[in-house]
Write a protein that binds this ligand. Sequence first.
Ligand code: ADP
Length: 402
Amino acid sequence: MKILVLNSGSSSIKYQFIDTGNREVLAKGQIERIGMSSAVLTHIPKGKEKIKIVGEILDHTIAIEYVLAVLLSPNHGVIKDKTEIDAVGHRVVHGGEDFSDSVLITNKVMEVLKENIELAPLHNPANIKGIKAAQSHLPNTPQIGVFDTAFHAKMPSYAYLYGIPYELYRRYKIRRYGFHGTSHRFVSKKAAELLGKPYEELKIITAHLGNGGSLAAIDKGVSVDTSMGFTPLEGLLMGTRSGDLDPSIITYVMGKEGLDVREMNALLNKHSGLIGVSGESSDMRELEEAVAEGDRRAKMAFDLFTYRIKKYVGAYIAAMGGLDVLVFTGGIGENSIEVRKAVCSNMEYLGLELDLEKNKIVREDMDIAAKNSKARILRISTNEELVIALDTEKIVREHLEK
Ligand code: ADP
């Protein structure tokens, strides 16, 4: 099947057009600065030249029109007719408690997504806009929703509840949801494949480290705990997000600095994390360069970042009562030799030992643990778009069979 995968943000849409038969990406690209007069569309068709178009793209509906136009373009396109798009797979950030798997998007599903806007005000409205735009241009094409939260839906209550009055969970659904589920699912399954062991028998920790980052504890194929929580703010230190902190700091800083709720949210989501601590950059590559040049605050930020990952690894080994595999993925997990080295240092007593030479190879999915390491350490490239395309195909086939 040929599947159009869409990842709609508030001012951007990323897309990939994937042939699930041979898992080939026929075209990919993105539109940035939607809503502005100088929106930019970058389109990379397979085997053809990359193109860039700058123009006014006022909303998501027009943006999808552009995506379809380049896919159909005689010079830069990869299809001749819209009907060659068998289905559209949408990345949806928050499925709330309603979705533990990917779904065919119906009117009822759209209603639930709207109800969940409150849980993910930054992400779900954009996802909904993307779905509506795709529906308006491709009314007869099945649309599938793939949720970041779904893989974590089977966590036990002691992992998803917070220590606040239970009524707040009942009233507002305040609980841990977890995110990056598509990536945690993909790389954990890939890890079992690489090791040639049954997925259902392994204790796996997956570390998805990108601009946002989270760890998941996956016991016998089930995500039993994960570091992101009610929102993607909890857990690890991230590019611009604080991750875990004492909740009292929030009210204290609001009082001291005279910040309102919106400003405090921006402080924790946009001005904290690596950029907040280092004052240098939210980008790990730039931060590592600053560390190499002897920048003290950059080093503090780097140490805080890796120390927190190490703490979570320890916690999840305890949560699962052991560990078979630790997986590094995401832009930092896949590429940063220094981060992997720091996280795995002095972990031999827990059965984790990195092969420092193999750790320097960053090109392929591979085992980078030392020969004697009891648990394996894998570096695996994530591919969320492929998971979305494969889920989409599966659901479309199931519905065709009915
Ligand atoms: P997103 O979460 O936005 O998808 P990515 O998964 O692409 O982000 O990760 C981006 C992060 O990966 C940035 O901090 C970037 O500096 C980091 N990164 C990419 N390549 C390297 C590298 N070679 N060494 C260290 N960090 C890297």
